[in-house]
Design a protein around this ligand. Sequence first.
Ligand code: PLP
Length: 358
Amino acid sequence: MKVHNFSAGPSILPDFTVEKTAEAIKNFAGTSLSLMEVSHRSKEFVAVMDEAISLFKELLSIPEGYSVLFLGGGASTQFCMIPYNLLGKKAAYLNTGAWANKALKEAKLFGEVVEVASSKDTVYNYIPKGYKIPSDVDYFHITTNNTIYGTEIKEDLDVNVPLVADMSSDIFSRPVDVSKYALIYGGAQKNLAPAGVTFVIVKDEILGKVDRQIPTMLNYQTHIDGESMFNTPPVVPVFAALQTLQWIKEQGGVSAMQIRNEDKAAVLYDEIDSNPMFKGTVINKEDRSLMNICFVMNDEYKELEKDFYEFATAKGMSGIKGHRSVGGFRASTYNALPKSSVQALVDCMKEFKNIHVK
Ligand code: PLP
């Protein structure tokens, strides 16, 4: 049976990435050594790191004056590294979900934090708008895609302070105007690579402005100077990231990804909106994520939730359980998920309706 991988992360990667990485784990770049066994200082791996950074910049059209880093520690380490490096006195955060909230809490260890708006009271089912950002903050932090709740900020915001964004779950899903951001970061384990590598895009000129001492490993400048090789980088995930970047380029780049993702999301949201058994959890349609599509059973069919889960699982749908804080279902439709998988889920929903709705 074909299994359709809707996992929220780690999640589906292109077959190309999986195959090329598997090959390199056996024999890396003709060295007859495994990718897991070679020095990160070998010329073969240095070439991988260099190409990954340069393709990352090319695909997102990153302007001059920005550095791209591949680090360890996950996006969660960035929650503290960002304020460590950037928060002098005060920062502003938009609280759109559990991850945004974690980032905000961490920043409070370093200075004053203004929560400009929050959708916490309604289980984060919309993206707040119309908030004011104080002009005297060192930066404004947003989470562009809220993986757990299925909301997404799909435009690059215009703000008059340095903008910092967690793009863990929507990087490379659409073109981004990087020039509008001071820093973009994320764990790579959704659209890019297996878990273990964190990407950071940082505008060089925003660094070096805080007075505090920064531990070496938590200082962005260390990793800029060391070209992401200050310490041993996560070699296998970086190699896999390079394969995914090559695959994205081959598919037509991030604009092509956006078209694919909009197309897939439209198919599933249309079914959620038209099938009487289901409803979307996000209240404003414009806030709906293209990456994580969250839905529940309509009230009159609530008791069939477990049945639908088992029905869909038996038909090969994997990873569709919603996060416990939202319930219901979450279908993650990252770049590598083919439209045929979305269609298979939609077919399941239709079939289930035909059984239960007279
Ligand atoms: N931010 C977002 C939006 C996420 O979805 C996640 C993980 O799912 C994280 C941060 C945490 O990432 P990590 O596990 O790499 O620390």
